[in-house]
Design a protein around this ligand. Sequence first.
Ligand SMILES: Nc1ncnc2c1ncn2[C@@H]1O[C@H](COP(=O)(O)OP(=O)(O)OP(=O)(O)O)[C@@H](O)[C@H]1O
Length: 311
Amino acid sequence: MTKIIAQIKNLSHRYTKDWAVKNISFDITEKGILGLLGSNGAGKSTTMNILCGVINQTEGEVFIDGINVRENPVEAKKLIGFLPQKAPLHLELTVDEYLTHCAHMRSIPKSEIKDALELAKAKCGITHFSKRVLSNLSGGYQQRVGLAQAIIHNPKLVVLDEPTNGLDPNQILEVRKLIKEIAQDRSVILSTHILSEVQATCDNIIMIEHGNIVFADTMHAFNNYVEPNTLIVEMEAKPPVETLYEITGVSEVEFITDTKIRIHFSSGPEITKSIIQTCVAKGWPLTEIYLEKSSLDGIFAQLSKKQTPTL
Ligand SMILES: Nc1ncnc2c1ncn2[C@@H]1O[C@H](COP(=O)(O)OP(=O)(O)OP(=O)(O)O)[C@@H](O)[C@H]1O
């Protein structure tokens, strides 16, 4: 059976009047990457800050490996590495100076600091920048240093709040690869407002909206759950709508323009083949056909109509 490393139980938090997080519960398993997906203001940072003992929740409980974070924060925090949305870097320090400072903050015994630094730097691919002042590193490498400080004390759970925010596309790919490597030895939870980020990185997904969980399951289940059910077809001339409805699986035909059509289907994506075959048989010049990807807003709308499965 998969071991649970963290339990979030009936967690609610309000800063002032409104609830930022309302009665959410989920478990984090010992291995793998869990993605916390939600739009701006959904409650992701609040959840992560509570999980890491940075703020105290209004209601509910959080346990890390059985330790109650609120009742025993010092012991719980030893098991957690945290990279907040704004990395807590001291830009005037070198990589070694900064990570040594972090090792002290984490109460790593003096005799073990050198090894801890070397291990974290090697894991994050920054050994060659040991003597470099942080302000002289690129955004991608600064983020690697942020990740190194999060694993310097070899925590069981690493919490990353929007870890690829502000990075360029190449840096994003590199940091995602690094997160996957980090997750080989421990559990990782990351937050993001980008669906493709979770799809590229995570094993499990929790979607949060207005402080509530609207979906929680494996990534595989999520991808099946929200698979596309519309196609965009472009032709040189307007086709007769009745013929389109005769194609098996077509449930609705929507003309965006005379020649650009959104086709809703109730069968699988193999319907693309049937539409192409019809176009060829009827001699309709087809210029473009593609499955329409669901937007995050579309998925949230879809989910709120369906029953929410849980992990
Ligand atoms: N310190 C605070 N004081 C008052 N309200 C806050 C505070 N921090 C967050 N909030 C509010 O709580 C709600 C949840 O915010 P939170 O930062 O957790 O969301 P988020 O999903 O992390 O969003 P983002 O991606 O923009 O950081 C929002 O409505 C936000 O305005």
